[in-house]
Design a protein around this ligand. Structure first.
Ligand code: PMP
Length: 414
């Protein structure tokens, strides 16, 4: 604790939620300086889909470093970049019949969203962008404008502009009326609304409180985007790369986005990498070097990301993700039922949320979890939802232990 008191006054940027100093980690466990081991249901905010210090990636990274591989290459061509791109095209795009171009955007998810916004404006010559209630798309000015969270938005000091916010829909058959109203307003010259450059949506809102979009509604959003000649952008940054039980969260949903934003899990090891998939006709709108940046060629990210793709060589890994997701959802439903409070449980695959209805309660449960050896993070409005996003590679024993700790913490706190 001493170190936290010192840091409180001297340093910004440490977690007040987990007041300890961590030293090492392996798969779904993190160990602190005191030697206490924690089950990790946070996974670096959804980055460590393949666990801490994933053995396959670690071996590949060590071999790469020993061979004096190029760790930083910006936009230069390197063998590791080529290997990653060919593997992504072969294993992910090819089997889905996707002809999208791969653009490296920088290290962070916000970079990817920012680039998608620029490109959509360039393609359409329009300024407004449609985003949805409870959405989270990043912290830079453009991506923050899309983020539906006043606490984060207020950090920018003044209101952010050019975003039309429509309601996100989870209920079957719902939400289409709001889309129809917006369509009618666009057609009505007296509304003052200009047609948008893009619609940007998550299929499962993660930071916003674990809300799973209704598929029919998502297809209606896509249709509206097509009808008004706007781009349909899916932000896969937190729920892509296997999290929901398929590689893309929108697999099998009859969606055909113009741009897909990827980051977090795509670098696999915690090594930063952000990539946009872009339909060729839009990709062609940028001349070489027009949108660029320094940290877009991380060799370690390509090596790790290439290894991550080997998990998707067949469906076995994703079948395990779906099964573990069921285990998580089942345990959460039992916790909710036993509590007698009717807490809401929602999620898809290995992103599951327990809505405790109250931020103070969620904070108390988070603290009780931490003390009992589980790292879990609140999200959503007022921080009232516990978001469970363990590494997809978590072993059954660690998963069971984490869920038991959570059950204990909820019992002890409510
Ligand atoms: N989009 C989504 C869906 C996210 O969850 C996040 C990060 N939580 C971002 C964008 C922004 O990513 P980054 O923090 O890497 O900028």
């Amino acid at each position: 604790m001493e170190v936290f008191e010192k840091w409180e006054s001297e340093i910004r940027g440490y977690s007040r939620m987990w007041p300890t100093v961590f030293t090492s980690a392996s798969n779904a466990r993190q160990v602190d300086e005191a030697g206490k081991s924690y089950v990790d249901f946070f996974a670096g905010a959804g980055v460590l889909n393949f666990g801490h210090n994933n053995e396959r990636m670690k071996r590949a990274i060590i071999a790469f470093l020993e061979a004096d591989g190029i760790a930083h290459s910006l936009d230069m061509a390197t063998t590791v970049k080529r290997d990653f791109l060919s593997a992504f095209a072969e294993k992910i795009l090819g089997p889905r019949g996707m002809t999208m171009r791969m653009q490296f955007m920088g290290p962070t998810g916000s970079n990817a969203v920012e680039a998608a916004l620029k490109l959509a404006r360039r393609v359409t010559g329009r300024q407004d962008v449609v985003a949805f209630t409870h959405g989270f798309h990043g912290m830079t000015l453009g991506s923050l404008a899309l983020t539906a969270n006043d606490y984060f938005r207020n950090a920018a000091g003044v209101p952010l502009e050019h975003v039309v916010r429509l309601p996100f829909e989870t209920a079957p058959g719902g939400g289409v009326r709001a889309l129809d109203d917006y369509r009618a307003l666009l057609a009505d010259g007296s509304s003052g609304l200009k047609p948008p450059a893009a619609f940007v949506v998550e299929t499962v809102q993660a930071e916003g409180g674990v809300h799973v979009a209704n598929g029919e509604w998502l297809r209606a959003v896509q249709q509206l985007a097509r009808d008004v000649d706007a781009l349909f952008v899916i932000d896969e940054i937190q729920v892509g790369c296997g999290r929901t039980g398929s590689y893309f969260s929108f697999d099998g949903m009859d969606l055909d986005p113009d741009i897909v934003c990827l980051a977090k899990g795509i670098g696999g090891f915690g090594t930063p990498l952000a990539m946009n998939l872009v339909k060729p006709e839009h990709d062609a709108r940028w001349s070489p070097g027009e949108h660029t940046g320094t940290f877009r060629g991380q060799g370690l990210s390509f090596v790790a990301g290439r290894e991550a793709l080997t998990y998707f060589d067949d469906d076995e890994f994703l079948a395990q993700v779906r099964a573990k997701g069921e285990t998580m959802a089942g345990a959460l439903r039992t916790i909710a039922q036993d509590s007698g409070h009717g807490f809401d449980v929602r999620g898809k695959g290995m992103i599951q949320g327990l809505d405790l209805g109250d931020g103070a309660l969620a904070k108390a449960v988070t603290t009780a979890c931490f003390e009992a050896g589980l790292l879990v993070c609140p999200c959503g409005t007022g921080g009232r939802v516990l978001k469970l996003i363990p590494p997809l590679t978590i072993g059954d024993d660690d998963l069971a232990e984490g869920l038991e700790i959570l059950a204990f913490a909820v019992r002890a706190t409510t």
